[in-house]
Design a protein around this ligand. Structure first.
Ligand SMILES: O=P(O)(O)OC[C@H]1O[C@H](OP(=O)(O)OP(=O)(O)O)[C@H](O)[C@@H]1O
Ligand code: HPA
Ligand SMILES: [Mg+2]
Length: 184
């Protein structure tokens, strides 16, 4: 397939098959960790929506689902450092075991903010599951408990991740051609 989106992709970093295999492993790890509990899977919108859907089915846990929407990249490729909640929690999380589901851990600004926000709201425990980890760009000391793939210092899109709100519906993780963001 050669879609309109795909002409903007420099290379594929993680294929559909690799995503499926790794997410099954992450689901099993979560099952082992939380079997007999009732964790709350908290998806960080918008980027996590596709990963969340696949991860929670892979885990086969008795779990609740909740979302919070935060934004710090606006239409650029570099974190603004200012994390804004655009849609807040819709339930009390006091005493809950939270599994934060993220698409990417990059500068760490989003997860550093969320961890302290959720602790202040009374969470009992917090685990971080991120599909992608880009440790080379870290500004805040935050680590994932489970991570799918380490990615290089390149701007990646697909499987939920966007550039300027586009490319989230690519079925794989790809590197965007720099010309796409250099021209805008
Ligand atoms: O570690 P960081 O540098 O904070 O980057 C990671 C966060 O940034 C992106 O969200 P974005 O602000 O683009 O919002 P979106 O999920 O709606 O695309 C991404 O989806 C993560 O949530
Ligand atoms: O590489 C990235 N791609 C898309 N969104 C992101 N948010 C942080 N890093 C990235
Ligand atoms: Mg984004």
């Amino acid at each position: 397939m050669n879609s309109e989106m795909e002409k903007d992709i420099l290379k594929v970093l993680v294929t559909e098959e690799e995503l499926k295999t790794r997410i099954a492993e992450l689901g099993e790890a979560l099952y082992k960790r939380y079997e007999g509990h009732r964790p709350l899977f908290l998806g960080v919108l918008k980027g996590s929506f596709i990963f969340m859907a696949d991860l929670m089915r892979a885990s086969q846990l008795m779990c609740d689902v909740e979302f919070i929407a935060v934004s710090s990249y606006q239409n650029g490729t570099v974190s603004s450092g200012r994390v804004q909640i655009t849609h807040d929690l819709q339930q009390d999380i006091t005493g809950r075991e939270i599994v934060i589901v993220e698409d990417i851990l990059d500068s760490g600004n989003t997860l550093a903010f969320l961890k302290s926000y959720l602790m202040a709201k009374g969470a009992k425990s917090i685990s971080i599951v991120t599909l992608l980890d880009k440790p080379s760009r870290r500004e805040k000391a935050v680590e994932a408990d489970l991570s799918g793939f380490v990615v290089p210092d390149e701007f990646v899109v697909g499987y939920g991740l966007d550039y300027a709100q586009l490319y989230r519906n690519l079925p794989y993780i790809g590197v965007l051609k720099p010309a796409v963001y250099e021209n805008t």
